[in-house]
Design a protein around this ligand. Structure first.
Ligand code: SIN
Length: 485
């Protein structure tokens, strides 16, 4: 069987939420390149921002989103998303998500850029808890099929209409057809040397959509998370912004706080500002995150996962300051879609990090991403319909090319380094131009030589890096996450 009513690529919060919502309209196939649990959602620590406190209101949340996004946001999309927020938290509660409570009320956290406490969370592993609940609901649904270890090679598009998807599964290339393809493939952190993202975040959705003719927007706005564990030669590990919301402070190599110099909101300024401040301080010496002045029992209770993970690495969050640096965290732009998730290609939809609805503007407000993912994956069910798939055009199957081209491992390390060095927190035109030339050459030279996922991911990494660099070169003035000197 190679026909489905809906094919969803990706098994994070938006893909699974959409699958659950649409399953009563038709047969759904979810393809995911690793295990179903492997998604960026699974790594989200902070939570979901929504207006949930009686002292808060929609206008405050909307304003905070605009301020963080440097007013580059799509106003209509922001209004729409924020007003839907509280209902969507109810939906997750009904599905079985057990948000942290305090005296029978949701315990609300604070994060950078928020004027109020408004982050609903499940301890410090919100994404993981939501993901587990969605998976258990999806697995019970007879109309939803899940294919793990299945890689989306390319979309099947002719004359700006999407007919389905070409996949790699069990070493074989297959064409699958459907009424609609929904890209929910998450992020692209692996384009950069240092990232908080998992190894699966290789920009696949953006690359395959662009190859098929989809438009992208705001790709220059790469968000760097300010506080990611920085131990030499070790993989980066996210230290949630909620730590700063609970009073953690940043200290320089002399053990002194420095954020006052940069912004009156200090540690709770939006991420672009805090990341740039740390970037500057790192030139003088190491930078640390310190919450050890707070009671140890409170830290352990509120941040059990982070405490445990740091302990594994020989660090005690309750007693010592922790070395940090910014790392690539989130793509604010992506495939250009409308409020219904529709791209410029007929029957092709996208939501979550891979999409650009415009809600984040030039810099995403903390914990607005899970909100965006759930709001828009709920919304598009209104616009997708089951259509009978009768005749479909012929599509050739991908054939690898033998050539004397650079290895996947080499290409990835070159791209990651050059993106980190030249298309990172602080950019300049000369370096951007040099990077563009380098990436173009790599794109020309590099060929997928064997049918294996890593080779396809490398092609996607180069092409995504190119899109970011081109967009960065186009924007001449600094705005939000795009800082150019
Ligand atoms: C965090 O917990 O700091 C990350 C959450 C987010 O990116 O919104």
């Amino acid at each position: 069987m190679n026909k489905y009513d809906f094919i969803i690529v990706g098994s994070g919060i938006s893909g699974l939420n959409f699958a659950l919502n649409i399953a009563n309209k038709g047969r759904v196939l979810v393809v995911t390149k690793k295990k179903i649990i492997d998604s960026s959602t699974n790594y989200a620590q902070g939570g979901i921002a929504a207006v949930l406190d009686k002292l808060d209101n929609f206008n405050k949340h909307i304003k905070d989103t605009f301020v963080a996004g440097s007013y580059h946001n799509n106003k209509k999309a922001v209004n729409f998303m924020i007003k839907k927020g509280p209902k969507l938290i109810d939906r997750l509660l009904n599905l079985g998500v057990k948000f942290s409570n305090e005296q029978n009320k949701l315990q609300l956290a604070k994060e950078g850029g928020h004027s109020m406490r408004r982050i609903a969370h499940v301890g410090d592993r919100t994404g993981h808890s939501i993901e587990k609940v969605l998976i258990s609901n999806v697995q019970k649904n007879k109309n939803i099929t899940i294919w793990e270890n299945t890689f989306a090679i390319d979309l099947l598009v002719k004359n700006s209409t999407c007919y389905g998807l070409q996949i790699l599964r069990n070493g074989e290339v297959k064409n699958l057809f459907s009424s609609a393809v929904i890209l929910a493939t998450g992020g692209l952190g692996q384009v950069y040397k240092h990232t908080s993202n998992p190894s699966i975040s290789t920009g696949d959705g953006i690359a395959i959509a662009t190859r098929a003719g989809a438009k992208t927007e705001d790709m220059e706005f790469v968000q760097f998370h300010p506080t990611v564990l920085n131990l030499p030669q070790k993989k980066r590990f996210l230290l949630s912004e909620a730590l700063r919301g609970e009073g953690a402070v940043l200290k320089n190599y002399q053990g002194k706080r420095f954020m006052k110099k940069y912004d009156k909101r200090e540690e709770l300024a939006p991420r672009d500002i805090v990341s740039r401040a740390i970037f500057k301080e790192l030139k003088k010496g190491p930078v640390y995150l310190d919450i050890s002045h707070k009671p140890a029992s409170r830290i352990r209770k509120r941040f059990p996962y982070i405490t445990k993970e740091l302990k594994k690495r020989g660090l005690d969050l309750t007693k010592q300051k922790i070395p940090i640096s910014p790392a690539m965290h989130y793509m604010c732009g992506g495939i250009k879609v409308n409020l219904h998730g529709q791209s410029n290609i007929k029957n092709l939809y996208a939501f979550g990090e891979v999409a650009c609805t415009g809600v984040h503007g030039a810099n995403r407000l903390a914990s607005n991403s899970l909100l965006e993912a759930i709001v828009f994956s709920n919304q598009i069910i209104k616009s997708v319909e089951v259509k009978k798939i009768s005749t479909v055009p012929k599509f050739k199957k991908f054939k690898p090319k033998k050539c004397k081209c650079p290895s996947s491992k080499y290409v990835k390390s070159v791209v990651k380094k050059v993106m980190w060095d030249n298309v990172g927190i602080v950019r300049n035109v000369d370096d951007l131009k040099k990077t563009l030339e380098k990436l173009k050459k790599l794109d020309e030279k590099y060929k997928v030589q064997i049918l294996n996922q890593t080779d396809f991911e490398t092609r996607n990494i180069i092409q995504t890096a190119l899109l970011i660099t081109k967009a960065a070169l186009k924007r001449k003035k600094s705005l939000g996450c795009h800082f150019i000197i």
